[in-house]
Design a protein around this ligand. Sequence first.
Ligand SMILES: Cc1ncc(COP(=O)(O)O)c(C=O)c1O
Length: 501
Amino acid sequence: MENDTLLKEIRSETGASLLTKVQKDFIGLDTQYTIANGEKTRRIYLDSTASTLMMGLAYRTGESFLQHYANTHSLMHFGAKIATKTYAWVHDKILDFVQADQEHYTCFFTGSGTTAGMNRIARAFNHLQPKKDVVLVSIMEHHSNDLPHRKHGGHVIHIPVDTHESKMGCIDLDLLEHYLREYEGRVNYVSVTGISNVTGIINPINEVAKLTHHYGAYIVVDAAQLAAHVPIKMSGHEDPGMDVDALIFSGHKTYAPGSPGVVIARKDLMAKIEPEEVGGGMVERVFPEKYYVSNEFPEREEAGTPNILGAITLGTAIHVLDLIGMEKVLEEDMELTHYCLDEMLKLPQIVIYGETCMDTCPRAGTVSFNIKELNHGLVAAILNDYFNIAVRNECFCAHPYVEKMLELTHRLQIYEARAKEIMNWHTEPWMGMVRVSFGIYNTREDVDLFIEALKNILENKSEYEKQYSINEAGDYTHNSFIFSCKEYFNLSQMVQDELEI
Ligand SMILES: Cc1ncc(COP(=O)(O)O)c(C=O)c1O
């Protein structure tokens, strides 16, 4: 026991020093833009929930690998051997990272994010139990963990999460059980997010798994936000009911933009059905009249030439996170999120969405808010144009959740707005939020600059408002400040300059 504690301490110290080392090694942390007052300042990137910045080391391993680049389907030459071996290593590394035992789970890559993997799993799980026609998801899901089930999975039922008085919290296990009982025998699978991309609220996925399995359904986890923030344990629980059947995440949200989406799933389930995608690399033999699908994982699930370079950069980022230790990553993340929430709660004109008590509902990495009487689009534009702070606004591909939260918080009759022309609805002042989100590179200084910016906006609301007009698309545009994308990145010019033409 004492040894365990000592080991944990040593690991935590090593993790802390590794984290400090890695934190500054991201491409885009020093990017500067000229802002509306004419000053050139450093961009503060607070949009990691959408996509994280590239880890420098991941970029460098990718670049170094390109010296050997070859297709993993080639076999005998040196480059092909290096590519094939490293590509296989990345799969194993990821299985390790999410604690999925290699004998029973496979990891395969698909598409450019979580969306492709979720569609694959929805189609696959539908074939597994075709007679079970219900899929349970929570109301807090991203559209990518809702629409694929509506299209391929069956009848989707959204479980509410507004059981924490008027604030929406994490998935309520009693309520989930109520639904599992009500639809007992009909639920094929439950698919929930590990972390909400709107509020950063963390769900107890292994508890959800236990309950779901008890009622004879499978459990799918959307780990798009979870993977880079929270330690994951897919298998090896004392109670096997807590193991997860399938989990999906995005490489571009895990410090490797340009890398693929990742699916980790139980081999025995995937083996029962023919792979959704067919083509080269996933067959044993092909004859004009028939073909034999490979029994090997992950080959069976990866038709065609994969995104080898992306997988290698992702493998690097995952390896680094693993070396730091996800417990350490989560600890730092929650501390920064807590700090940001506390500072924002001191500003009475700010409305924060979702349960803000982190003891009741832990959060990691994301906070969504509005400034009373200021449109979310205007706030996002001011933060960008005057403070060089990059945030996201609108509904974050989670319309039902955002609508419900706005409705509960402001007692609004959102449904009336639905009757309005669909093109206009998002320009309504309350139909959206502003989101700040963090990666491992963000610091207290970033949060302080953001809070200062909020205070400045609150003090000068009407001055800022006068500087903007709304264009036809409903976006706020500055009346005089013009930002030229080409001044900062001009692809064709760069090519011509390099080629001296
Ligand atoms: C919780 C959640 N699920 C799914 C997705 C979709 O991921 P991708 O765009 O990488 O396919 C996102 C993206 O923001 C997300 O935050």
